[in-house]
Design a protein around this ligand. Structure first.
Ligand code: GDP
Length: 199
């Protein structure tokens, strides 16, 4: 069990423009996960492309997800080849994520990737669960986004697995930008004996 698992989270340009920086940070912070890196900048289109291609399987899984989302609604996907569908999505993602400032963060703690994904919600806001960031704060769908030839605007990027997180953290942060520190609340989360509370 890795109590120092990390996840990379981006508040995408739509999240920044919607005034959701504080709300998003609050939702992750109150779980007990620890913020160990934080910065804001405008990434280039090339930097965004490299980010999505860090995982060699991304095109296949992203394309399949898109196709399956259409099929689940009884609709015909606009592109039937997963790799081609993902390449289309990647082109749109480059202009979306490089369109303005993003907030990049690294969150650390037990099952950080899973906890962050749970709070963030499913990729398509139309079907993301209520109570998640994507379900509560936006309404976008693949259908309208594809029709307008743009990315689904879903406020957040969050690492999909611990392995992906490691690559993404390296891509977005220098080692010296990441903080090593203790939070007092960690004792309540991780200590075996809660023996320091009573006087
Ligand atoms: P995530 O891990 O939940 O962000 O999902 P992916 O890595 O598969 O997709 C990356 C991003 O591309 C998503 O967060 C959406 O912003 C966008 N996106 C993914 N699939 C589609 C699609 O089929 N159509 C459109 N328009 N945008 C998509």
């Amino acid at each position: 069990m890795n109590k120092k698992e990390r996840s990379l989270v981006l508040i995408k340009p739509d999240g920044v423009q919607r005034g959701l920086i504080g709300e998003v940070i609050k939702r992750y912070e109150r779980t007990g996960l620890k913020l160990v890196g934080l910065k804001m900048f405008v990434p280039t289109a090339d930097f965004v492309k490299k980010h999505y291609l860090l995982d060699p399987g991304w095109k296949q899984s992203n394309g399949e997800k898109t196709i399956n989302a259409y099929k689940a609604k009884g609709q015909e996907p606009p592109i039937s080849d997963p790799i081609k569908a993902a390449e289309k999505t990647l082109g749109r993602l480059k202009s979306y994520i490089s369109s303005g400032p993003v907030v990049a963060m690294v969150w650390q703690g037990m099952n950080a990737v899973e906890v962050i994904r749970k709070i963030t919600g499913g990729t398509e806001p139309r079907t993301s669960d209520i109570g998640t960031i994507r379900g509560d704060f936006t309404i976008d769908s693949y259908e309208i986004a594809d029709l307008d030839d743009r990315s689904v605007r879903n406020i957040i990027h969050a690492s999909g697995s611990p392995k992906e997180a490691e690559m993404e953290v390296k891509h977005w942060f220098e080692d010296e930008e990441l903080m090593n520190y203790r939070l007092v609340g960690e004792e309540i989360l991780y200590d075996v004996n809660l023996d320091g509370i009573l006087e």
